[in-house]
Design a protein around this ligand. Sequence first.
Ligand code: UT7
Length: 329
Amino acid sequence: MEHHINAGIAGTGMYIPEKLLTNADLEKMVDTSDEWITTRVGIRERHLAAPEETSSSMGSKAARMALAQACVSPAEVDLIIMATITPDVPWPASACFIQRELGASQAACFDIAAACTGFIYGLSLAQGFISTGMYKTVLVVAAETLSRITDWEDRNTAVLFGDAAGAAVLRPVAAPKGILATYLGADGSKGDLLELPAGGSRLPASHETVSARQHYIRMKGNEVFKFAARAMANSNKEALQRAGHKVEELDLLIPHQANMRIIEAAARLSNLPMEKVFLNIDRYGNTSAATTAVALCEALQQQRLKPDSLCLLVAFGGGFTWGSCLIRI
Ligand code: UT7
């Protein structure tokens, strides 16, 4: 085995905005029903950011909690990676806003746009920087304000999303703890199945793009659905194989929380019983990159993960992107 430094989870944090939006509330906004949403998707309620909140303000709160838990001061952070598809502004990077908010003056900063897989891409990058010895303390923040890019008149998407932030502090840890393997995948040929069409260099913001509602999430749900479970199961297999672990050794699977039926299908394809699968989709809905970060934080809080537990994070999202991250806590 080659010599490299393992990156471990030193602390986690999360922030959920206060405002609650229930399925009953949505019934008054679009032609939908609590029954459809709970049976087809598995969501009961989701939280929405207050008008003054942004992805970086929520991300900073999650980051503070993670730093406090890790007993790390902001000045010790070498790098801030922000995973988001809802940055505060197109640029500069929202990671820079988090740096300013925390006073993490020594940290390098950048954002990554891997959609729902963003937290897992971020963990993989953090592991890379730590394992080479380039950085010692890496803060990975996954924060989304999807309510700002949700078309509240489109029942196909309005019922699915919520706002949230999660964070993790990564530091060197002695083997066999830490990130044991990651697997990242993408298929750019399917990018148009899940996208935000306007506001970039292809279709700059204009009166026309606003009236055509092109600044909102567009998704061919069914097409995404078909691909997601299989991609996640395959990704899990690859990550486990890279680390030389078997699926039976897993204590917990933390999947992206987009649809209960996708999670069940992915678990089935991975030969995992649902008792070993972490769920919080009913309370938060799909919060893109934040889902796996928040779920990791909650799994530790609820002691579903304890020291030495073997945990696999997996996600799938726009791009398409997908990935898995195997961690010994
Ligand atoms: O996070 C990134 C990755 N994203 C995902 O993984 C999401 C993947 N996709 C999904 O989770 C599902 O495809 C959805 C939840 C988006 C949709 O579920 P579905 O079972 O694929 O439904 P569908 O799109 O095939 O629509 C079935 C029916 C349609 O009616 P008709 O044409 O059969 O009469 C829809 O118009 O359900 C209707 N429908 C709704 N009915 C009530 C769609 N949305 C709603 C709604 N309430 N909110």
